[in-house]
Design a protein around this ligand. Structure first.
Ligand SMILES: Cc1cc2nc3c(=O)[nH]c(=O)nc-3n(C[C@H](O)[C@H](O)[C@H](O)COP(=O)(O)OP(=O)(O)OC[C@H]3O[C@@H](n4cnc5c(N)ncnc54)[C@H](O)[C@@H]3O)c2cc1C
Length: 460
């Protein structure tokens, strides 16, 4: 199964510029010119998506004002968190000061946005101030809804056998310690969970299972450990080939798969988890219906499971202040939960001066930094077209990419988009998306981080 590929140095460097290189090509010509403007553009959120847009627009626009609303002083490289939680990376490798990325000329407001009045083109800040805009880019990422699991809170991560790679960098570090404590105990049951909503990096809960299996196998006592995976839907991953691959691999590695169960409550002291059976019709692709059904627990059967270690994946959504604004989807599968954009142009479906980018948008796939890389030139080109009164020239293909870690030291580069039932969109002729290889592991471990920072800097 493990097929090492031999690459020369030039090819490896080419890999390092990855994270979806193909998605950029159509727009390189569009990006050549600058636009004179007096407009005020507000960007909400300065993570991967917001910072990329701040840098791109700062280069393209002359005059005008760009305001970036980002409360944090530290930028977190979240794709590194799975490596931290798996004991491969030290946490400090994932942090950099935001000041390194904010471009000159952009006004950085270090505050939380608290409201959006889309009809009056005004953003309210947590300190009570307001910002008027002519154009708005919403890039606030995801809200982790741990509170929807009764008894659960991110502060519990690292205690009572609870792990969660998503909680924070500290949470990822404590998740590694919780796994190590379980390993050191020499036996017992681990439960890995998935969420009944879209999540960022849908592969992350699977990666945590695979890397933990590697650690259990390396302990020489694999048989002493029981591993369960509890999934709310029938699928484990949206790309059909990968979905089947992961199911088969879990079966081969002795993982007990249970489908149509969501984690509904946890009792940390007793080390017990409650799972609600949500029925065979549940799928994580019908987000809204699923949430409505799943978070109403009355009359639904539940099971209680003991665990020694549990990996908790919280339900996710747009942040509350986005949900409370007129910008949230009003109908369809993303209703009430995600930003209402055209999934191809990235323009808001009802407010043409508003664009969305990154994890916050309602889309059938797309919650990765690789998606941000593909979306950023589309948002740039289309926003500038709107400012000029021109038709929108750019379309997002839905490109996303996930280096699916299938064990410590091996991974597959899974790249796909909206078309043809999420067909593969491989960027590199020498990487087969269905092959596990050390090359993709090396890419994840060493090369994607510089490529990611290039995206933030608007260079890729
Ligand atoms: C464990 C894990 C593993 C991952 N692995 C991969 C991977 O292998 N490959 C990959 O491509 N992607 C991966 N990702 C996903 C990737 O990190 C995200 O998709 C990407 O960061 C999305 O960018 P974003 O700007 O939309 O959100 P973020 O980068 O999360 O940025 C959102 C920003 O908004 C700010 N913000 C929040 N609320 C407010 C507010 N009220 N006002 C103003 N600002 C606000 C936040 O401070 C933050 O800076 C992973 C993520 C995690 C958590």
């Amino acid at each position: 199964m493990h097929k090492p590929l031999l690459l020369n140095r030039r090819e490896l460097l080419k890999v390092g510029t990855g994270l979806g290189i193909s998605s950029l090509l159509p727009f390189s010509a569009v990006s050549a010119n600058t636009l004179q403007t007096q407009a005020h553009i507000v960007i909400l959120g300065g993570g991967a998506a917001g910072m990329a847009m701040a840098n791109r627009l700062a280069t393209r626009l002359e005059g005008g004002t760009i305001t970036l609303v980002e409360p944090r002083s530290t930028h977190h490289y979240q794709p590194g968190w799975t490596l931290v939680a798996s004991g491969v990376w030290q946490p400090d490798k994932t942090m950099r000061p935001n000041a390194q990325f904010v471009p000159r000329g952009v006004k950085w407001v270090r505050e939380y946005a608290a409201s959006i009045d889309a009809d009056n083109k005004r953003v309210g800040l947590a300190n009570g101030a307001t910002l008027d805009y002519e154009y708005l880019v919403v890039a606030t990422g995801i809200q982790l809804n741990y509170h929807l699991i009764e008894g659960m809170s991110p502060s519990l991560v690292g205690q009572h056998g609870i792990g969660s790679v998503y909680a924070s960098i500290e949470g990822a570090t404590r998740t590694n310690q919780a796994i190590q404590t379980w390993l050191d105990s020499g036996q017992g049951k681990g439960i890995f969970t998935a969420a009944p909503t879209p999540v960022k990096c849908a592969g992350a809960p699977l990666k945590m299972t695979f890397t933990t299996l590697s650690r259990l196998e390396a302990s020489g006592r694999r048989d002493a450990f029981e591993v369960d995976f509890m999934a709310p839907g029938d699928a484990l991953f949206s790309q059909p080939w990968v979905n089947e691959f992961v199911k088969q691999r879990f079966d081969e590695q002795g993982v007990n798969r249970r489908h149509h169960y969501r984690l509904s409550a946890i009792d940390p002291q007793a080390k017990q988890a409650e799972f609600t059976f949500v029925g065979p019709d549940s799928e994580f692709t019908s987000h809204h219906q699923l949430r409505e059904a799943e978070f109403r627990r009355d009359n639904q059967p539940t099971v209680i499971a003991d665990y020694d270690f549990i990996h908790v994946v919280p339900p996710m959504s747009a942040h509350d202040f986005v949900k409370q604004s007129a910008l949230i989807a009003q109908d369809g599968p993303f209703r009430g939960e995600w930003l209402d954009v055209d999934i191809y142009t990235m323009q808001h479906n009802r407010y043409p001066e508003v664009f969305g980018i990154g994890d916050v948008i309602g889309a059938p796939i797309n919650k990765t930094a690789a998606s941000v890389k593909a979306q950023a030139p589309v948002v740039e080109a289309n926003l500038i077209a709107v400012m000029q009164g021109n038709p929108l020239p750019a379309r997002h293909t839905g490109y996303t990419s996930c280096p699916m870690i299938t064990g410590i030291g091996k991974a597959m580069l899974v790249e796909f988009g909206y078309e043809d039932n999420f067909a593969f969109m491989p960027s590199f002729p020498f990487i087969d998306p269905t092959d596990e290889s050390w090359v993709t592991w090396v890419m994840k471990d060493r090369m994607l981080q510089p490529a990611y920072y290039a995206v933030l800097e608007g260079q890729a």
